[in-house]
Design a protein around this ligand. Structure first.
Ligand code: PLP
Length: 431
């Protein structure tokens, strides 16, 4: 089995549509593409929020990736996928006490603290458990990464503690009971395609690390510089130049490591590693013309892939998409509107998109779908539920997530024992 089309066809024949299909070989290649662009002193932490499927995390873990988690469930997935507490960091702006307790008991590498209140709670829980907890302070810097469509830092957000305050109060943080501060964490942006922008962002964070370390004369053992390396979804974008990235990042990290050899450098990544390894496959249910436009109605849409439908974007653009069943000519593409199954006018996967001549039951594939797919989509819309996920690896199509069914969805509903609803007499309108 070689081409991506063959892999997808094999998975679709076995498990149907709509489904997410991951190319295991491509996933591993992407990981090493990043890994090999960084010196050994940098550890790559895969961000589970991007795609938390246990088998995918396991595949990355077996190739050396560490894990970054944002909830108790993600932490349990990481462990089940073979990660060890020393290779897990836990962040997120709203951690519950039971989540903190589990992380503290496990003794993960660092709990990334997003607020002073959280620091206090970690201190209290650690004290009650008789532990000293390793943490990192998440800082929202005075600097934002260029070229990121979503800015997590450098502006008011609910992430981390703002730079000026963190720098001023760091002495207090260091003196908190039952806490050991490993270092700092900054995550500034996502889907950055310009290597220079990632470099400048990283340089700023390493500088901040150095400044705080010197100011408080403390020995840090970790700096997390985030990441945000992107992939080119749209026709006018070019891929991150990984050679240039390597050229810039290698000397930066190597020099830092020479100065601070005991500091673990962490880069987080999700989209770059898994985005291009994932495909969303849908089948054509019917084709119709409506007000002059030809609609291909498919069995999956915004409910599984709100990113491809452009939810949350000011300017909506099409993800790369292909009809892999059609034997139509590439010289005779036709313009279509590719819709999903929802009763929502925005449930459009492809607008004015050019595809090979399409017929009923063809399989259409949305590429670059590995990152932020079902996990950030309203899967319960129309009660369709989430789709199957399949890993294509070593010539096999392996089911890695069962699709939801009417039964599995309804099993979460509680059919409450309510009083019978009174039937009202119809109102009599007097003439
Ligand atoms: C703190 C943090 N780490 C990692 C990621 C993953 O980012 P990406 O998919 O751009 O690699 C995100 C994404 O928002 C994030 O907020």
């Amino acid at each position: 089995m070689n081409t991506y089309k063959e892999k997808i066809m094999a998975a679709v024949q076995k498990y149907g549509t709509p489904s997410y299909i991951y190319d295991g070989e491509k996933l591993v290649d992407n990981y090493f593409n990043l890994r090999n662009a960084l010196p050994h002193c940098v550890d790559v932490f895969y961000a589970l929020k991007v795609n938390p499927n246990t088998s995918l995390v396991k595949l990355l873990r077996s190739n050396g990736a560490c894990t970054e988690v944002c909830s108790l469930t993600e932490m349990e997935i990481a462990l089940r996928a073979g990660s060890v507490p020393e290779d897990i960091i836990f962040l997120g702006p709203c951690k519950k006490d039971y989540e903190l307790k589990r992380a503290i008991e496990l003794g993960i590498y660092a709990l990334v603290v997003e607020s002073e209140d959280e620091l206090k709670r970690i201190s209290q829980i650690s004290k009650a458990l008789g532990k000293t907890t390793n943490i990192a302070i998440r800082i929202n810097p005075d600097f934002s990464a260029d070229g990121s469509p979503w800015k997590m830092g450098g502006r008011p957000t609910h992430f981390g503690i703002e730079e000026a305050r963190a720098v001023e109060r760091f002495g207090d943080y260091l003196n908190t009971d039952n806490i050991h501060i490993r270092g700092i964490h900054v995550y500034n942006g996502t889907n950055i395609l310009d290597a220079l922008s990632v470099y400048k962002n990283t340089k700023y964070i390493l500088g901040l690390y150095e400044k705080i370390r010197k100011m408080y004369n403390c020995t840090f053992s970790m700096v997390d510089v985030g990441g945000g390396m992107g992939i080119p979804y749209f026709a006018n974008q070019s891929a991150l130049n990984i050679e240039k990235f390597k050229e810039l990042m290698y000397p930066l990290f190597t020099a830092f490591n020479y100065k601070y050899p005991d500091t673990r450098i962490i880069m987080e990544s999700g989209r770059f590693i898994i985005g291009t390894a994932g495909y969303y496959a849908v089948s054509v249910n019917n084709i119709k013309v409506n007000h002059g436009k030809t609609f291909i109605v498919t069995d999956g849409g915004t409910n599984h892939h709100s990113a491809a439908a452009g939810t949350g974007r000011v300017v909506r653009r099409n993800f790369p998409m292909e009809n892999i069943s059609s034997d139509g000519s590439i010289d005779n593409l036709k313009e279509y509107q590719v819709s999903g199954p929802l009763c929502s006018p925005d449930d459009i996967l492809g607008r004015n998109i050019h595809l090979k001549e399409t017929k009923k039951n063809d399989t259409i594939v949305i590429k670059y779908s590995g990152a932020y797919g079902s996990t950030s989509s309203p899967g319960l819309f129309h009660s369709h539920g989430f789709p199957a996920e399949v890993l294509s690896y070593k010539n096999e199509s392996i089911l890695i997530r069962k699709k939801d069914t009417a039964e599995t969805i309804m099993s979460r509903h509680i059919n409450a024992d309510l009083e019978p609803i009174p039937i009202l007499e119809p109102l009599k309108i007097s003439e």
